[in-house]
Write a protein that binds this ligand. Structure first.
Ligand SMILES: Cc1cc2nc3c(=O)[nH]c(=O)nc-3n(C[C@H](O)[C@H](O)[C@H](O)COP(=O)(O)OP(=O)(O)OC[C@H]3O[C@@H](n4cnc5c(N)ncnc54)[C@H](O)[C@@H]3O)c2cc1C
Length: 393
């Protein structure tokens, strides 16, 4: 269903845009199942790799609706930016999750309760249905993700980290920030004192009674506590200026396929390369459909051979006599480690890597210091900037 091309992504955005107004706000919480998803955009797999960047989605929607009519939809798109900014300011939350996960995964291999959950054999019909939908379609409606995560944590009493990992590996839109922090929010670890508990009547109402009333759901949330104090926010690393006196290459990755469009006008690039960290995806055991979707999208957008090893990138840079390479600044997740390896390989030949942040992230990430409602106050300024840029084009 998800073609890994800009054309397919753009067409889906144009088709959905008329529905992104007040109707979206009223209907978005209903999960009518895989064949009835017209009430939500389903754009997330393309947004995840920025084949559709947030600013393009918002700009397109504002061609049909006023900012007031589309405010709910724009807020949802900005939740993604909020989560990414929040984790960027607190990478220790990601590091702690990864460290816990390494231990839990080891023990989970033989854990019958974990295996029943991921294989959809818990006997809780709605949960087992979503477990199947996740591996079959690599997508779940937002409300189903909330119910699933809540049942995983509060009813089945499984570690949230294992559930987050299972989602991240199977969702086409799997994203370190949106996923990890949403699971933490359901677990009651994001907003202190706020936990999300799935209720049978709520599931019945918003799924149109597609599942029999689920008996046996927890009626009290678990009170999860963490040993570590809440992390302090760190300063955002600045975007690096691209020097004009070096022979430069442009590196595009699946983290931001729009870089092809917005970085290119910033310098005279002598050559362009595409890099996909297939080894990392394999180590993380990401579902083949997710890997193929992202790799093919990268290949289609750049129309180039996709390098998979740092050595290939280095050979390409040497062949083109590059002195520097510009790429998108990695956000917290797997990419900072991958970029560090590329940087080390390029340094062997004295080739520098310059990492740049898009103005959208630059403008909004610093506001992700507290909750979404404080962050939201920065959205009108970003929309004004968007309008100014559009007028200047
Ligand atoms: C436990 C859990 C895990 C999640 N994991 C991910 C994930 O790995 N990647 C991911 O992109 N989203 C994640 N979400 C958020 C949300 O469920 C999906 O973004 C949304 O369901 C995608 O469907 P859509 O494109 O039809 O969304 P729409 O409702 O049409 O929204 C439009 C866009 O806004 C963004 N968006 C909407 N809601 C959210 C949200 N709550 N948080 C962040 N961005 C949002 C997405 O980019 C989405 O495509 C998670 C939510 C929960 C509760």
């Amino acid at each position: 269903m998800y073609a890994p091309t800009k054309e397919a992504a753009h067409r889906a955005l144009i088709d959905f845009a008329p529905q992104a107004g007040r109707g979206y706000a009223a209907g978005r919480n209903y999960d009518h199942g895989p064949d009835g998803r017209q009430n939500v955009s389903q754009l997330s797999p393309w947004i995840r790799i920025r084949l559709l960047p947030e600013w393009e989605v918002v700009r397109t929607v504002l061609e049909t609706h006023s900012a007031a009519a589309a405010s709910k939809f724009i807020d949802e798109v900005c939740w993604r930016t909020y989560w990414k900014g929040w984790l960027q300011l607190r990478p220790s939350v990601w590091d702690a999750y990864r460290a816990d996960l390494a231990q839990l995964l080891e023990a989970s291999r033989e854990d019958a309760a974990y295996l029943r959950a991921v294989e959809g054999r818990t006997g809780i019909e709605c949960f087992d249905g979503w477990a199947d939908e996740l591996v079959t379609h690599n997508y779940l409606h937002n409300h189903a993700r909330m119910w699933y995560a809540s049942i995983w944590i509060h009813t089945l009493k499984l570690p949230w980290q294992l559930g987050a990992d299972w989602f991240l590996r199977h969702l086409l839109d799997g994203d370190p920030a949106s996923n990890t922090l949403s699971w933490r929010w359901v677990a009651g670890l994001h907003t202190l004192g706020k936990t999300y508990l799935a209720r049978a009547d709520n599931i019945c109402k918003y799924t149109g009674n597609r599942f029999p009333v689920s008996e046996g759901l927890a009626n009290q949330p678990l009170d999860l506590q963490e040993d570590a104090p809440r992390p302090a926010t760190r300063k955002l690393m600045p975007s690096e200026p691209i020097p004009s006196d070096l022979r430069l290459g442009l590196l595009v990755t699946e983290e931001d396929l729009s870089a092809h469009e917005w970085l290119r006008p910033q310098a005279a690039f002598a050559a362009t390369a595409a890099y996909f960290p297939k080894d990392s995806y394999q180590t993380l055991r990401v579902a083949p459909r997710v890997v193929d979707f992202r790799q093919q999208a990268l290949s289609n957008v750049t129309s180039r051979e996709v390098f998979e090893q740092p050595r290939q990138l280095l050979d390409w840079a040497v062949q083109h006599q590059l002195q520097g390479i510009a790429t998108v600044k990695a956000t917290t997740g797997h990419w900072p480690g991958i970029l560090a390896k590329l940087q080390a390989a390029l340094a062997e030949k004295g080739i520098k890597l310059f990492t740049v942040r898009h103005w959208w992230d630059e403008a909004l990430f610093p506001h992700a210091t507290h909750g979404f409602f404080r962050f939201k106050k920065a959205i009108p300024n970003a929309l004004e900037e968007l309008a100014r840029n559009q007028a200047a084009e």
